[in-house]
Design a protein around this ligand. Structure first.
Ligand SMILES: *Cc1c(COP(=O)(O)O)cnc(C)c1O
Length: 320
C-alpha cells in the first residue's frame, strides 16, 4: 500500500499539492510547481513537511496515518523552531491539492506543538471556512484556535472579492500604541475595506445567523455521502472521501494497487465535458472529481450531480 500511495503522490505532483495563493509570500509557502518554478529565485526559503492524507485508507485509519505524518512535523519544529516565524496549514482539506483530507486530531497536536516550541500557527481557511466542513470553521472540530486565521471566498457568499486575516488580541496589542512609536501595522491594498464587498460579507453573515446554514449543510452532507456510496464499487474509483460538504472521488487506473492514471490522459476533463453537457459543473483536479456545491443546492439537484458523475466516470474510464 505504501508504494501505491507513493505512486499516487508522485502522479499528483504534476498538479497542485498545496495552495495558499499566488503573491510571492503565499507562493513560497505553497507547493505548486507550475506556478512556483518561474519565481523560484524570488521566493522565501521555507521548510515543508509531508501533509497528512487519508487517501486510499478507510476513515478508521486516518488518525494513525496522520500521527505518522505528524512525527515529521514535530521533527521539523524541534529542529527549526528558533528560525521559524510560523506554521501554515489548510485545516482538514487540502483543497486545490486534490481535495486530500485528514482528521482534526492533527490540528490539535499541531497547536500543542507550536505552543511548546513558541511558533505561531496560521490556519488558511480561505476554502474550508464558513460551514464547508460541517462547522463554521474547520478548526472548531479540533477544538483549537490559530494565531492567524485567513478567510475569504465564502465570506461574501462568493459574490465579491474580500479577504480578512484575523488574529489574537495579544498580536493586535503588539501593534497598538501611541502614534509616535510608529508601531502601527501598515500593510494594505487600494481596496482594503471596500464598502460594497463588506456589505456582501455582512449580508452573508446575516444569512448564517438567520437560517441555520450549518444544520442544513449537515443534512446535505449526509445526502451527498449516501449518493456517493454506490460509486465506491466502480472498478476505476480508488477512493471516495468526504468532509462535510466536500466529497471527492478519485479515479485510478488500477483499483487494487491504487495506481493512478497518467495525468496526461486528462480523464477528469472527460468527466467535466460530459457533466457540462448535462448542465452540471464538475471541475476536476487531475483524476479527482469533486462535489463542493453551493449551500443552496436542492436534494434533487444533488441527485442529478450524482447521476451525472456516474455517467461521467463510465465515459472517462471506458477504455482502461
Ligand atoms: C483560493 C485559495 C487561496 C488564494 O486566494 P487568492 O484570493 O487567490 O489569493 C489561498 N488559500 C486557499 C486554501 C485557497 O483555496
Amino acid at each position: 500500500m505504501a508504494q501505491c500511495r507513493e505512486a499516487a503522490e508522485a502522479a499528483l505532483s504534476h498538479h497542485h499539492q498545496r495552495l495558499h495563493g499566488e503573491t510571492l509570500g503565499a507562493l513560497a509557502v505553497g507547493d505548486v510547481a507550475l506556478y512556483t518554478d518561474t519565481y523560484r529565485s524570488l521566493l522565501l526559503d521555507v521548510i515543508k513537511v509531508p501533509a497528512p492524507d487519508g487517501f486510499g485508507l478507510p476513515r478508521e485509519q486516518w488518525v494513525e496515518q496522520a500521527r505518522a505524518r505528524f512525527a515529521e512535523m514535530e521533527r521539523a519544529l524541534a529542529r527549526h523552531a528558533d528560525e521559524l516565524a510560523a506554521v501554515i496549514v489548510e485545516p482538514l482539506i487540502q483543497c486545490a491539492g486534490g481535495m486530500r483530507m485528514y482528521p482534526p486530531e492533527y490540528l490539535t497536536w499541531l497547536r500543542e506543538a507550536c505552543d511548546r516550541h513558541g511558533v505561531q500557527l496560521i490556519f488558511d481557511e480561505i476554502a474550508v471556512g464558513f460551514g464547508r466542513t460541517g462547522t463554521l470553521f474547520a478548526c472548531e472540530q479540533a477544538g483549537v484556535r490559530p494565531d492567524y486565521l485567513c478567510l475569504s471566498k465564502a465570506l461574501t457568499g462568493g459574490y465579491l472579492p474580500l479577504s480578512v486575516v484575523m488574529t489574537t488580541d495579544e498580536i493586535y496589542a503588539a501593534f497598538y500604541d501611541d502614534y509616535e512609536t510608529l508601531k502601527a501595522f501598515l500593510h494594505s491594498h487600494s481596496y482594503t475595506g471596500n464598502p460594497l464587498a463588506c456589505a456582501a460579507a455582512l449580508a452573508t453573515l446575516d444569512i448564517f445567523e438567520q437560517d441555520d446554514v450549518i444544520a442544513a449543510n449537515r443534512h446535505k452532507a449526509a445526502l451527498m455521502g449516501r449518493l456517493a456510496e454506490p460509486l465506491r464499487d466502480h472498478p476505476h474509483v480508488g477512493d471516495v472521501r468526504q468532509t462535510g460538504m466536500v466529497l471527492a472521488i478519485e479515479m485510478v487506473k488500477d483499483k487494487s494497487s491504487l495506481t493512478p492514471y497518467d495525468f496526461r490522459e486528462r480523464r477528469g476533463l472527460r468527466v467535466f465535458r460530459h457533466a457540462i453537457s448535462r448542465g452540471v459543473m464538475l471541475r476536476p483536479l487531475g483524476n479527482v472529481i469533486y462535489w463542493m456545491p453551493p449551500y443552496v443546492i436542492s436534494d434533487e439537484e444533488l441527485a442529478l450531480v450524482a447521476e451525472v458523475t456516474r455517467e461521467g466516470l463510465e465515459i472517462a474510464t471506458a477504455d482502461a
